[in-house]
Design a protein around this ligand. Structure first.
Ligand code: NAD
Length: 468
């Protein structure tokens, strides 16, 4: 390489080491470290969301054919924002920790500090909420942020960009709209944190890119969430809660039950109840229902279509390409090796598998990657304890579906292939903070037990080391 080549190469490296100079300069002013500043920005964000709420609802309708009721889920982030406003002053408080005698005289504490500039990349299925929910944590923790909404929900992406532009200085919080290439360009820069929500395949790409700069990540991914149904249940409520969690947003919910694993003895009664719930929710022709969403795009429609050939359709099964409509569908007689059981479905298709005893169901689940959510319907407390103890998943909800997501005191995130890290409420603040350990010594005394000569000091050292 000639001198010029080397110059340009090192210039490129410098750029990748020092991206977003305006945001870096903004962060370096220290303003975002002031709690009063963070509170003011959260209040601005709240006003921005309230001001744009009609546009948010309209965009969710345009992108996903969302019923208005479900479009309001997007604005549910306001609840989280209000909680952050109420609790931020207690979250930022340094936490004192005890020190041992050998440190005397000393005090020690842990103090949260912002990470710097964070990149938030979002998916299309809850395209507003999944951008702003992490952003609330990033602001609360005192960071600058860059948002990359999903290109597959273009109407929402535009609203996100407009809202941020209307609300914040671009050096503080900005949006970069675009698709895969844009995302890859951003990932080539050095951020202080990357918060990614999306599929497991892309999650691996994000983690690989982050590793190059040792950038910490949260990966909020997907997977196949099992829903086990025992005999000891109230069937009508069970069916309603499963049908609701599966068919909101036409099954395009990361925490939706992916498949049913039902005790053989109650299968036919459960299926009758599920059919009844679907009829009750969407009528006998769901394509006419104002309360049922559409598949995001043709690619996903075509991906889902072959699944309708698996097992036996006992409810639904209709699909209309021009409308990107797939009816709420239940597939019976599905086998573990059918294509519908090989990947996250992420659509309104519910395969049903059976088990004879709970151990068998647990073994089937444990033979697969750890899911984001696991659902277990049963009144039996011993069985509940058994499922909790012998399975691993991001979260568990007993006797309902998806509602754990909306329980703000519960951190939300995956484990294993369903993700790394968690957020919501205080955990969002923790995610976007570095907890710095501080030890402060004093000058008024200097215990000599650690200094040479060591003669006669070993006894004390042994006590220090063993903590006795
Ligand atoms: P996706 O992984 O395809 O895309 C997510 C984001 O990554 C988008 O902004 C996209 O532009 C970007 N991207 C796509 N390909 C890329 C590449 N090769 N390199 C860099 N960036 C790339 O996910 P999706 O289809 O938008 O969303 C659906 C998935 O997200 C499902 O698996 C679902 O379970 C998961 N999800 C998880 C959660 C959660 O909280 N755990 C929430 C919603 C969705």
């Amino acid at each position: 390489m000639g001198i010029l080549g080397e110059f340009f190469n090192s210039a490129a490296i410098c750029q990748s080491m020092n991206p977003r100079p305006q945001q870096r300069a903004f962060f370096n002013t220290g303003n975002t470290k002031q709690v009063s500043f963070r509170i003011e920005q959260l209040k601005r964000l709240k006003q921005g969301i309230l001001k744009h709420q009609d546009a948010i609802v309209k965009a969710a309708k345009a992108d996903l054919g969302r019923p208005e009721f479900e479009a309001y889920f997007e604005i549910g982030v306001l609840g989280e924002l209000n909680r952050a406003l109420k609790q931020l002053k207690s979250w930022v408080k340094p936490k004192q920790v005890a020190t041992s005698l050998d440190q005397f005289p000393a005090t020690a504490w842990i103090v949260p500090e912002p990470l710097g500039i964070v990149l938030i990349i979002g998916p299309w299925n809850y395209p507003f909420q999944l951008m702003f929910s992490p952003l609330i944590g990033a602001i609360a923790a005192g960071n600058c942020a860059l948002l990359k909404p999903s290109e597959l929900a273009p109407h929402t992406s535009q609203v996100v960009a407009q809202l941020i532009q209307d609300t914040f200085e671009p050096a503080y919080i900005a949006v970069v709209e675009g698709g895969v290439e844009t995302s890859q360009q951003l990932l080539a820069e050095k951020f202080d944190y990357i918060f990614f929500t999306g599929g497991t395949r892309v999650g691996k790409i994000v983690m690989e890119a982050a590793a190059k700069n040792i950038t910490p990540v949260t990966l909020e991914l997907g997977g196949k969430n099992p829903c086990i149904v025992d005999t000891d249940v109230r069937l009508d409520y069970t069916a309603k809660r499963i049908a609701w969690g599966k068919f909101i947003n036409a099954g395009q919910t990361c925490a939706a039950p992916d498949y049913l694993l039902v005790d053989q003895r109650i299968k036919s009664d459960l299926l009758k109840n599920l059919q009844h719930s679907i009829d009750e929710f969407f009528g006998d022709n769901p394509v006419k229902s104002p309360d049922y969403a559409r598949i995001i795009n043709e690619k996903h429609f075509s991906r889902l279509l072959p699944f309708l050939e698996n097992g036996k359709v006992i409810v639904g099964g209709e699909a209309i390409k021009e409308k990107r409509y797939i009816a709420p569908t239940i597939l019976d007689q599905v086998r573990w090796d059918d294509p519908v059981m090989q990947e996250e479905i992420f659509g309104p298709i519910l395969p049903v598998l059976v088990y004879d005893n709970l151990e068998e169901a647990i073994a089937k689940i444990n033979a697969r990657p750890k899911p984001l959510a696991l659902y277990f319907f049963s009144r039996n407390q011993q069985k509940q304890a058994k499922v909790l103890q012998s399975t691993s998943s991001g979260g568990v909800c007993l006797n309902d579906t998806v509602m754990q997501y909306a329980t703000w005191g519960l951190p939300f995130g995956g484990v294993g292939e369903s993700g790394i890290g968690a957020y919501h409420g205080k955990s969002s603040f923790d995610t976007f903070s570095h907890y710095k350990s501080v030890l402060k010594k004093s000058f008024w005394l200097d215990l000599s037990w650690r200094y040479a000569p060591y003669k006669g000091k070993l006894g004390f050292l042994k006590k220090v080391i063993t903590g006795s």
